[in-house]
Design a protein. Structure first.
Length: 76
C-alpha cells in the first residue's frame, strides 16, 4: 500500500476466528470486512511505482479483476 491508498479487505471466517468466535462481540462463523486507508507513511523506502505495482503480482494468490462482471438472469 502507498500513502493515500484505501483498501477494502474481506476476511472469511475460516481465516479469522472460525467456528469458535471470540467473546460475545464476535459470534462463530463471522466474516470480517476492513476498510484500511494509509494517511501518512514514515521511514519509507524509495521504491519506484513499478516495484510497488509488481509486488501483488508476485505474492498474491489471485488478483482481483479490475471490474467485476454484472450478474444477468432470466425468468424461465
Amino acid at each position: 500500500m502507498r500513502e493515500g491508498d484505501r483498501w477494502h479487505l474481506y476476511v472469511p471466517y475460516y481465516l479469522a476466528f472460525t467456528q469458535r468466535g471470540d467473546t460475545d462481540e464476535v459470534p462463530p462463523w463471522s466474516n470480517f470486512i476492513y476498510d484500511i486507508e494509509i494517511y501518512k507513511c514514515s521511514n519509507v523506502k524509495s521504491e519506484t511505482g513499478e516495484v510497488i505495482d509488481a509486488y501483488p503480482k508476485t505474492y498474491a494468490k489471485q488478483l482481483l479483476p479490475e471490474q467485476t462482471s454484472k450478474a444477468y438472469y432470466e425468468n424461465l
